[in-house]
Design a protein around this ligand. Sequence first.
Ligand SMILES: [Zn+2]
Length: 544
Amino acid sequence: MIIITYILSLLSILFNNEPMKLKADFLIFNARIYTLSPNKTIVESMAIDKGKIIFIGTTAQVKEQYSSISEIDLAGKPVFPGFIDAHCHFYGYGEQLKRVNLLGTESWDEVVTRVKEFAQTNQASWIQGRGWDQNDWAVKEFPTNELLNQAFPDQPVFIKRIDGHAAVANNAALKIAGFSASTKISGGELKIKNGILTGVLVDNAMDSLEKSIPSLSKENIIEALMAAQEKCFAVGLTTVSDAGLDKEIVDIIDSLQQQGLLKMRVYAMLTDNEVNRNYYYKYGPYKTERLTVRAFKFYADGALGSRGALLKNPYIDDPKNIGLLLKPVDYFTRKFAECEAHGFQVCVHCIGDSANKLILDLYGKILKGKNMKRWRIEHAQIVSPTDMKLFESFSVIPSIQPCFTTSDMYWAETRIGKTRMVGAYSWNSLLEKTGIVACGSDFPIEDINPLYGFFAAITRMNQKLLPVGGFMPSENLTRDAALKGMTTWAAYTNFSDEETGSLTIGKYADLVVLDNDIMTMPSEETFKAKVLMTFVNGELVYKK
Ligand SMILES: [Zn+2]
């Protein structure tokens, strides 16, 4: 080796070249790279080869030691580890992108126009959409479906109201469902005018029609995933933890990744169903370079908005209601034990204080004490302060959604009252107990942009900068914690901390370059920072 180096340097002298340099696929210079390595170094420069970081240091050091045909001078721009959304619905978001978005429409005419425009560029056997709200229109009445029938005499159209409790179907859709003016559906309503169906369906009538809609073709599923990926790369996401996938979708993701089409890293939480259990209990967790399948997702309770969150004491605004436990306790006990026996992480949706306590106690019976199993509570939204220690006792990770704070802050207290707000959306208190929080958005419920979550976590203000000073500001996360929540800690939560989540030698070059430094710019402007470039495995997947 020494001889070879000697000969090489001799050759370089003979040919009057610079000293021999090591080759790299590309180099980044003059950046402000937040490595998030334990010693918290910010470095200027890095060399990347074969998808991995091979050197970090000053620009001078990198230039001295490496050469590459691709050199990127970032002129001082900040670089972060690729962002990880620790809880989202990547495929669900993609599905939604294949539907017409009717939010903000100001009239029924506008709804129909949008549906027509959508149909011109999207091919599907059914046109589906969501988001209209007749309360936003001049005529605040339910529409009738004539215009849709004229525009789509043969193709079925089904578009839901903003709240998902009513929809309009055209006659082609009603025909497929077998609905007529005499159809009766309990718990639902088919609106009738002058003796004929108007197309407006409420609750169970709507659900009943939905059963006639064929599930997406494989082609459509692929389109949905690819569309979701494109949007996610543009906001700097390089890993998504999908909180509930079927084996069918996991298999498609895997094959798209193997073909090099889907470049996004995916951490899959499996939906708790028989197909998933039968297969994955038999074969165990599955891991490739870009896909990890080693978790099952459960729901303990519902949501706070619809009063389905399971509370220890009744709702303030519904005194006979304590919410819903979605499965019996012994069901959870059995399933958690099965997951543990088969090597799967358990992730449970818990919103209410009772749901959080109950699941943490069940975890405790299996996990017994501190451990490395990285079981998680999804949302951890209302936790009695006295129960927070349970996270610590059983090494349970709170998987939190900072944007929920600012989405719910105007009405959460009317549901649960002032006393229980202590412990609600209490991200910093949880962090103090656990030393770790994983941050997610739960998109498409919230926006996909992880910087919105970062901003909400550090300011607890909405994007109108209200309330002034932030909502329960003692629960703000520091910038450092909020950044770790969507990088290092999220990677740990996904069992990928050896490969992603920080920018150190040997890790995948998953990087995001921003136009502004979210660690130093005014905190109330951080949500406006834009992604300039996103890299996955050292490959440029987005450029502004
Ligand atoms: Zn979710």
